[in-house]
Design a protein around this ligand. Structure first.
Ligand SMILES: Nc1nc2c(ncn2[C@@H]2O[C@H](COP(=O)(O)OP(=O)(O)OP(=O)(O)O)[C@@H](O)[C@H]2O)c(=O)[nH]1
Ligand SMILES: [Mg+2]
Length: 250
């Protein structure tokens, strides 16, 4: 059973959208009724980012990551500086429903090492042809390279035990962190479960991802992690992956 959960939230200029996210998370934490300890950590890049006063007014701890821009760099800075034995990551633009925190924690308590929010199971109000294609392409590539059967690897709503992100030098600076996290969970032999989470359109502010730049980084990460994993298996250094569980209903 998980004792303390660190909710790590990457944010760049998300002052218009972060308040409802933090409020929904607080609601979920209250409903937990003290069974787990929680901390909420928001990671920004710039000390002048207006997200800071807004998030601090909601009781969140803000960290400033000055070691390189990008979602991956921000999240790894959060992981190094948080104190939970489990971590949940959630975007700050209103795409994810903070209330679902409860379901991530419940799955971690059941012994899963990684919980992935799945838009294939929970639906999305923010799909377009490029996103659908990219998610299908990268998810199939990861599934083939790692010999697992996943439905959604790129969703930024994930939970995992802290051990997943320790003991290696992070390579993913941006959105490619989504692939690196899944790869690391598989390499460490953790059981993975996908749970339904609905993706909303961002609630305001500006998109930070860029289809070509981030698509390229994601593809590099798929092959880098996949090939490393195959070598690792060949030399008996990594365990066989578990099949991925799916929770159809909560
Ligand atoms: N600190 C930090 N956070 C980032 C950076 N890039 C993205 N993020 C955060 O990562 C999350 C996902 O970024 P989004 O801009 O929503 O990317 P997206 O979901 O592909 O795009 P949308 O369709 O606009 O939602 C958001 O909470 C961002 O604020 C960055 O360079 N630094
Ligand atoms: Mg978003």
């Amino acid at each position: 059973m998980v004792k303390k959960v660190s909710v790590v939230i990457p944010a760049r200029n998300e002052q218009d959208t972060i308040v409802p996210v933090l409020q929904a998370l607080s609601g979920a934490i209250q409903r937990d009724g003290g069974r787990h300890a929680f901390e909420i950590v928001v990671v920004v890049d710039d000390p002048k980012d207006l997200t800071i006063p807004v998030a601090e007014a909601q009781g969140a701890r803000c960290l400033i990551n000055d070691k390189g821009r990008g979602k991956g760099n921000a999240l790894y800075h959060g992981f190094r500086n948080c104190t939970g034995d489990a971590i949940v990551i959630i975007d700050s633009d209103g795409s994810h429903n903070g209330e679902d925190l409860t379901h991530f924690v419940a799955a971690l308590d059941q012994g899963f090492g990684m919980v992935i929010g799945s838009r294939v199971l929970g639906g999305s109000s923010d799909h377009n042809v490029i996103r659908l294609f990219a998610n299908a392409l990268f998810t199939v590539t990861v599934s083939i390279m790692f010999g697992v059967s996943l439905m959604d690897t790129l969703d930024g709503y994930k939970g995992f035990v802290k051990d997943v992100v320790t003991g290696y030098r992070p390579r993913a600076a941006g959105f490619d962190i989504e692939i690196e996290l899944v790869a690391r969970a598989i390499r460490k032999g953790y059981r993975i479960v996908e749970i339904p989470t609905h993706e909303n359109k961002r609630a305001g502010g500006k998109m930070k991802s860029h289809a070509i730049r981030d698509g390229f980084a994601l593809m590099v990460a798929c092959f880098r992690e996949g090939i490393t994993y195959r070598f690792c298996r060949l030399f008996g250094r990594c365990p066989k992956p578990y099949s991925v569980d799916v929770k159809e209903a909560r």
